[in-house]
Each structure stands twice: as structure tokens, then as C-alpha cells.
Design a protein around this ligand. Structure first.
Ligand SMILES: *Cc1c(COP(=O)(O)O)cnc(C)c1O
Length: 525
């Protein structure tokens, strides 16, 4: 694209005019001004900036945006969970990068009409697909304010870094990790798990893996997890250069928990075959059915077998703050590393995950590098801790603020009660399923995930899958509710994961009556 000059419109009059003129005068006197820049008409017209010429106009727009946002969240129950997008919206987001400016109020209008109007739906009280939190308004304000302050969490001496470390400390305390443990906030559970597994790999490699690389391993490393393990662990072992085969999936018991005897047998088998068992992953809340592995038993095995004990607690680590259900995740406090997800059961707006590592030195030794351009200083901005030494990212956003503000506002006890509430709601939904044939419960809910299906008599598994998929899609398309589906031990089913502080019991009774209604409708066609 050719460079064009003078393509800006006339400068609007503004109150900042006199000081801008003074600024320009000073700039003109500056000895650093080169002759070349002086000849550029753009520079002569005054330096450009992204700041608005008129802040009072921006203030009015920002107030309108906040009013609309309050309305958007406050009235979410009145809208469909989801709706398909018209072609005009689709086309809008295929347009090429704009060359010309658009007034910001028009930009906002597009966002309001074409973006806010077509959400995924997860802040809605009847969204129970996959697994995600339902957001909170204070958290959204936190994200806005974090962006306004604009700090980079690569590290340094500033308040955002203190908030970040305080939130890590709070999460550490919530799961009962020692004060000496370290942690880092990341984009989500996938990266949090990757961080835990990277430390595990390096610590258990038996050589200087950072220097030598995986090619130097004389024995292949083995990582163990249940056959219900989240798909991000496959990505992690692949990314870590260990290969998918390094992740041994161990069969699960009748409640979909890792079979501890089978795990012991597999470890023995691998040692005999010349492999190097390195890590066992316990899952606190599987995605399929919410199963919680026996974490205390895994902690024992890890000690006996000299394995790193990592817990994928993206769903369930925070159950440790729920008074009625904390017992389910006992043993998590014995892990070497834990991945958890504040954007799930703490309902922080996306994104924020957290990796915690019991041994701060091992954590830091896995990632720390001190390039010449990032040296610490005794005073000034660089006198704080370099937080990038605890993960992959150098620059990192201030995701801590949204978590911090919501925890300050409500207190941790309320988040614990909300977790108990969702678990009780899943039990209620399971009871409704049981009492409404031809619905069938596929897995007894352990925590907040209910797997069930519509099963009219005498149909093949294949036909049942067709019917249930159709029920799921019509629920989404009518905007009544959002479920997802899965297959557990060969049985396809609908799946409701109630990680939602807006869900009420009547939402669950509505779901049951809609599924029954759609089931009749679909199975007759
Ligand atoms: C959600 C989830 C993940 C992945 O976390 P993201 O935040 O989506 O990256 C990993 N493991 C389990 C058990 C999960 O539920």
C-alpha cells in the first residue's frame, strides 16, 4: 500500500489545543528533530496519536457502552441462549482491513448489533455445553480496568504484579498448597497443564533436558492418566516432544476413575520394558462425566514409584472451597503441580487459568532465562520479580484483576457455595431424568455433569444417536438451552455440565420438558 500524506480530516477544536501547540513548539526546538522529519507534511501538521481529539465525546460513548452492557447481562435470561447468524453478519466479518477511518460510535454500533447480538451463549442461565463458566459483571469491569491500566505481567515493580501474585497466592491457599509453592496465571487450563507437565518432564528426565533436549533421553519417558483424560494432555506430550504414545491411558472403574491396580501394573510393565515412568496425572473432574480420581491413592503411588504427581483440576480443583463437597478432592494438596481454571468455576470472564507448582525452585528452573535485555535492577520498574521466569509467555495480560475484584466483592465462601449449588443441581437433574422415561441416565453424576439420553424402545444405537443429536441441535437452534454430547463406553449421550451461577431449578425442569417434547417430535420423523 502506498503511503499517503494528509489523509486526516480537519482537526476538531478541542480544549487541549493550547497545550498541543506548546508541545509542538517544544518539539520544533528539540535538537533531536532531524531535517528529514521536518519536511514531512504529516509531522508539520502535528504528531499523530490514537487518543481522541475530544475526551468528553469518548466519555459519553463509554457511558452508553456501560449502560448497554448492564442491560446485556441484566436481561440475559430474556434472550435465546444462542441463535444462528444471518448472512449479513457473516459477510461483515469477511471484509478486508479498513483503509479509511470509521467514527468510533459507528464502530461500536457494529459491535453492538453484530457481535454482542450473537454470542456463544455461555453467560446464559441455560448454557450447559462443554465446560465453561458464566462470567460476572465485576470481572468484566476488571478486564476493562486492567486494559485501561495496561500493565504487562512479564514482571516488574508495579501494582498489577502484586495483584497477580496475590491472586496466585489465593488460589494456592484455596487448594491447600504450601505457602512456598509458586504459580503463574496463564490463558487457561490447557496451558496450565502444559506448564505442569513441562516441569515434570524436566525434573524426571534424568539429564539436563533444557540443554540436551529430548533426543538425548536414553529411556523414553512415560506419563500416566486415566482413559478419561482431557485431550489437552495429548497436545501437551506431543508439544513436549514425548509423543502421544508416551501418554498411557489407564482403564477406569465403574465410576470412570483411574483403576489404581491397573496403573501400578502399567508402571511395572514399562519399567521392565526399559521405559522411564515420569509422571502420573490425576484428574479432579473429568470432562465426560465429572469423575474424580482417587487423588490420595495417586499421591501414594507417586511417592512409591518416584513419579511427578500432576493434578488436572481444571474442573474440580476449586471444589476444595465448597463446604459440602471438598472431601471429593482430598489429596490434591499432595500434588507436585496443579492446573486449575478460574474461568470455569470462579466464572471469571475468559481467559484465565493457573498453574501451581509445589517446588518453586523446580518451577523457575524449568523456564527462567535472563537475557541481557531483561536484567533486574535494584531500583525502578525492573526491581520487581520477573514473572516471565515461571512460564512460556514473556508479555502477559493483567487477567488477575478480574479474579481479584470478584473475590473481593463476594468473598471466597460464596464461590464455594455456588459450587455446592451446581453439584446439587446436577443431582436434581439426574433425579428428573430418572423419573421421566424414556430418558435414561448414562452416568451417575459425581459432581456437576449429567449424561443422559432419550431412549424410545427398540431402536438401534445408531438411530438413538441420530435422535439425540437432533434434540441437541434443536435445543440450540430454538435458543431454549445449550447441551453438548459425548460418548461414554460406546453409548452416545447428551451432556449437561452445570457450571453456571445463573441456573435455577426451573431451568432444569424446562430442559427436561423440552427434551421430552423434542424427543417425541424427532423420533416420529
Ligand atoms: C477445560 C479443561 C481443560 C482445558 O482448559 P482450557 O481452559 O479450556 O484450556 C483441561 N482439562 C480439563 C479437565 C478441563 O475441563
Amino acid at each position: 500500500m502506498p503511503r499517503r500524506w494528509n489523509c486526516r480530516g480537519p482537526r476538531p477544536a478541542s480544549s487541549s489545543q493550547p497545550s498541543r501547540e506548546r508541545e509542538r513548539e517544544m518539539e520544533a526546538r528539540s535538537p533531536h528533530r532531524s531535517a528529514e522529519t521536518l519536511t514531512q507534511p504529516e509531522v508539520l501538521a502535528g504528531p499523530e496519536t490514537l487518543d481522541p481529539p475530544d475526551w468528553s465525546f469518548v466519555a459519553a460513548l463509554a457511558h452508553r457502552i456501560v449502560d448497554d452492557a448492564v442491560d446485556h447481562v441484566g436481561r440475559v435470561r430474556e434472550r435465546p441462549v444462542w441463535r444462528p447468524m444471518p448472512e449479513t453478519v457473516d459477510a461483515l466479518f469477511r471484509a478486508p482491513v479498513p483503509d479509511r477511518p470509521t467514527p468510533v460510535e459507528d464502530v461500536y454500533r457494529l459491535v453492538k448489533d453484530a457481535v454482542l447480538a450473537y454470542p456463544m451463549g455461555n453467560i446464559h442461565p441455560r448454557f450447559w455445553s462443554w465446560y465453561m463458566g458464566s462470567g460476572n459483571f465485576t470481572g468484566a469491569l476488571g478486564d476493562f480496568l486492567a486494559a485501561i491500566q495496561g500493565s504487562n505481567l512479564g514482571g516488574g515493580s508495579h501494582a498489577a504484579a502484586l495483584v497477580d501474585q496475590q491472586v496466585v497466592g489465593w488460589l494456592r491457599d484455596m487448594i491447600g498448597f504450601p505457602e512456598t509453592a509458586s504459580g503463574t496465571l496463564v490463558s487457561g487450563g490447557s496451558v496450565a497443564n502444559l506448564i505442569g507437565l513441562t516441569v515434570a518432564r524436566n525434573v524426571k528426565a534424568g539429564l539436563d533436558l533444557r540443554e540436551e533436549g529430548v533426543a538425548a533421553l536414553n529411556q523414553p519417558l512415560r506419563v500416566y492418566a486415566s482413559d478419561q483424560v482431557h485431550s489437552c494432555h495429548r497436545k501437551a506430550v506431543e508439544t513436549l516432544g514425548l509423543g502421544n504414545r508416551a501418554l498411557r491411558r489407564i482403564r477406569t472403574d465403574s465410576r470412570y476413575r483411574i483403576d489404581v491396580a491397573a496403573l501400578r501394573a502399567a508402571i511395572g510393565e514399562d519399567r521392565t520394558a526399559g521405559m522411564r515412568p515420569a509422571c502420573v496425572i490425576g484428574t479432579a473432574g473429568t470432562v465426560n462425566s465429572g469423575a474424580v480420581d482417587d487423588l490420595s491413592a495417586l499421591a501414594e503411588i507417586a511417592v512409591e514409584e518416584d513419579l511427578w504427581f500432576h493434578v488436572d483440576g481444571c474442573i474440580g480443583a476449586l471444589i476444595s472451597i465448597a463446604p459440602q463437597n471438598a472431601w471429593r478432592v482430598k489429596g490434591i494438596e499432595r500434588a507436585d503441580s496443579v492446573a486449575l481454571d478460574p474461568h470455569k468455576w470462579l466464572h471469571a470472564p475468559f481467559e484465565v487459568g493457573c498453574a501451581l507448582v509445589r517446588d518453586r525452585t523446580k518451577h523457575r528452573e524449568t523456564f527462567a532465562v535472563s537475557p541481557e535485555f531483561l536484567q533486574g535492577m535494584p531500583r525502578g520498574i525492573a526491581s520487581g520479580q520477573w514473572l516471565h521466569e515461571f512460564g512460556f509467555q514473556t508479555s502477559r495480560g493483567f487477567g488477575a484483576l478480574k479474579v481479584w475484584m470478584a473475590l473481593m466483592e463476594h468473598g471466597v465462601a460464596k464461590f464455594g457455595r455456588l459450587i455446592d449449588q451446581n453439584i446439587a443441581q446436577a443431582a436434581l437433574l439426574a433425579n428428573l431424568v430418572r423419573s421421566h422415561p424414556p430418558l435414561e441416565l448414562i452416568a451417575e453424576p459425581e459432581i456437576n455433569i449429567v449424561c443422559f439420553r432419550y431412549v424410545p424402545e427398540g431402536l438401534s444405537e445408531e438411530r438413538l444417536k441420530e435422535i439425540n443429536v437432533e434434540i441437541m441441535l434443536r435445543l440450540q437452534e430454538t435458543g431454549v438451552a445449550a447441551l453438548s454430547d459425548t460418548t461414554i463406553r460406546g453409548k452416545h449421550c447428551l451432556r449437561a455440565a452445570i457450571c453456571n451461577h445463573r441456573t435455577r431449578p426451573e431451568d432444569l425442569t424446562l430442559l427436561i420438558s423440552e427434551v421430552l417434547h423434542l424427543g417425541r417430535e424427532v423420533s416420529q420423523t
